[in-house]
Design a protein around this ligand. Sequence first.
Ligand code: UDP
Length: 357
Amino acid sequence: MLDERSHLGGNCHTTRDTDSGVMLHVYGPHIFHTDNKEVWDYVNHYGEMMPYVNRVKAISAGRVYTLPINLLTINQFFGKTFSPNEAKAFIAGMARKDITDPRNFEEQALSMLGDDIYRAFFYGYTRKQWGVEPTALPASILKRLPVRFNYDDNYFQHKYQGIPKLGYTAIIERILDAPKIELRLNARFEDIDASDYQHIFYTGQVDRYFNYRLGRLGYRTLDFEKFSADGDFQGTAVINYCDQDVPYTRITEHKHFAPWEADTFSKSVCYREFSKACGAEDIPYYPIRLVEEKKLLADYVSLANAQNNVTFLGRLGTYRYLDMDVTIAEAMKAADQTRQLLQSGQNIPAFFVDPLQ
Ligand code: UDP
């Protein structure tokens, strides 16, 4: 197991802040949520998951709301006291009925919620997050978020949700603590001789594996402006800033991701999150997957399928906007199928899931 960084866990890495003692999600917050019991049991086997419900606040035009869009958001935004059915009828009246088959993010939002909510909560945030007009983005990005006509403000709809008591890195250390696994940190894939190995499972960027020979796949990266505060800075873990004239997308206050210990810290550590295009030296976070990138991806997939000693996995290896649970489920499936293929003497494919889907 090679990792070019000096620590395990990639962008899930957590470590305690030396000054305050707060557990930091070093590369931005990671909240574990899944409906997949097998994945949940797997993670819990390697570390205790503590109950955590993600309740996000949003600031738009100088007012605070709750996300995802729910009955409280709607009532506060429009200054109403709607019941669920009244709110449904009201929003249906706001929604753009002429958009029957939404082709992009903007059309999806307008057809569900109408112009006012779209402008207040989605347009500015999405422009900042993705750096393009929401008309250029796939509708699937918005489908990540629910709209609720009740007061449930749990950001995720999944059955299991939590954050590891000792952080993600501790879980990954335990997964790798096995006699047959040799771990090398600070080790770049480019510096080993791949022919020394029977097969490689590659979770770096698929275009990097091929030395970017066809060009670079586009990503967004995040810059974090870390700052400390005394006591409690914002009273919650995540506040989104939806307006375009605020340059950051959100502020996260890390001790609130660990409510079981938050009160024990007198100081607090926060990150202001800025999104930008990912340069050659930056850490890739979000695959963009617009039309041009998908074309390039198809060419890299062809190159990959022509290899016989490497399998590509994960968010970077398959260039998809995957959550942690899906990444783990796919890795488990890859491990099972690899075992079976090896037993029957067959080749291991470059992909277990088609990245172009
Ligand atoms: N989004 C938005 N306003 C918000 C939160 C999300 O417009 O306050 C949009 C934005 O385009 C974002 C997408 O919804 O990329 C998905 O949000 P999610 O919270 O899943 O993003 P993540 O936490 O993965 O960055």
